[in-house]
Design a protein around this ligand. Structure first.
Ligand SMILES: NC(=O)c1ccc[n+]([C@@H]2O[C@H](COP(=O)([O-])OP(=O)(O)OC[C@H]3O[C@@H](n4cnc5c(N)ncnc54)[C@H](OP(=O)(O)O)[C@@H]3O)[C@@H](O)[C@H]2O)c1
Length: 278
């Protein structure tokens, strides 16, 4: 159970999912504050979770232990400026960012933060089934890492990486990953329909297969390659399909796709920094 205070800068989808999860885990609403400019959104957060909110930062944020940055990346610059002007003491807290593509150095520079943990979640976080990569800047120690984990625990699994460039790889793999899985699902459903199955049946079969295979892989000591080999008998149906996937170099396509995503993550972070530095 948390024994520290949190303020969410931005009270949108992700902040709502985290706050909801923390409330379910028994965290008192009094420990959480939200800064959110939209009155409707503030009212919704108060009704659903009983948390207090502010339309803009005030000096009370100076006493907060963890500031969670949950605004859109392009909103960060203005939000950081507001925080510095109205709550200069907030630079002492741990700054935990879930914003895509905003580097620790930008958070240090624009928000005046010293201790920064950056997380890259993915959309299943909204139902507590996400997986996020995390990186801490050198000013953070074990206590800061533990706090970041406690705040983000409701979003799903958390995986620490050693440095910030690795977070670009995380973005390419798991950050954008749900879209690749949806793409595979779409293709399998279309193929099932092509074989004569009703779409609703193809959808249930494809989704169930993906969920079941992922659960099997997660719970098994065998590698995905071993699991694949176990269900691929020589001359059988699976072998016939895998031969086609191999011939079309689907693995190579995934490699190129993830490289493209990682490159784009770097480009977008660079662009945000250029914009913020002008
Ligand atoms: N959704 C995901 O699955 C996911 C995955 C990975 C990373 N992320 C990251 O999580 C962050 C939040 O995403 P989201 O989907 O929760 O976005 P969102 O629903 O748009 O939430 C952002 C909220 O912050 C508010 N806001 C704007 N300017 C502000 C300011 N100066 N101070 C305080 N609040 C302000 C926005 O209000 P307005 O609507 O009025 O602008 C909005 O309600 C993003 O940086 C995104 O990159 C999200």
């Amino acid at each position: 159970m948390q024994d520290f205070s949190m303020a969410f800068i931005g009270g949108g989808n992700m902040a709502g999912a985290i706050i909801g999860g923390l409330r379910q885990a028994g965290v008192e609403p009094a420990r959480m504050l939200v800064v959110e400019p939209q009155a409707e959104q503030r009212e919704r957060l108060r009704e659903r979770f009983g948390v207090q909110s502010l339309a803009q930062p005030d000096a009370s944020l100076g006493a907060i232990d963890v500031l969670v940055w949950a605004v859109k990346p392009q909103q960060f610059r203005q939000a950081a400026q507001g925080l510095r002007e109205r709550a200069p003491g907030a630079s002492d807290g741990l700054h935990l960012s879930i914003m895509a593509g905003v580097r620790c150095a930008a958070i240090t520079r624009l928000a005046g933060a010293r201790r920064v943990v950056r997380a890259m979640p993915n959309t299943p976080a909204l139902i507590g089934r996400g997986v996020a990569g995390l990186v801490a800047n050198p000013a953070c120690g074990a206590a800061e890492r533990a706090r970041a984990e406690q705040v983000l625990a409701p979003t799903g699994e958390l995986v620490w990486v050693d440095d910030e460039p690795a977070l670009d790889a995380v973005t390419a793999l798991s950050g954008s990953g749900p879209a690749y899985m949806f793409y595979v699902l779409e293709a399998m459903i279309a193929a099932g329909v092509g074989l004569g199955l009703p779409e609703s049946v193809a959808q249930r079969l494809a989704s169930g297969t993906m969920a079941g295979a992922a659960a099997l892989a997660a719970g098994s000591p065998a590698t995905p390659a071993q699991l694949r080999e176990q269900v691929t008998s020589k001359g059988g149906t699976t072998a016939a399909a895998l031969e086609v996937l191999g011939a079309r170099d689907v693995a190579g396509a995934f490699d190129a796709a993830l490289r493209a995503a990682a490159r784009r993550a770097v480009e977008l972070a660079d662009a945000l920094e250029r914009e913020a530095g002008d």
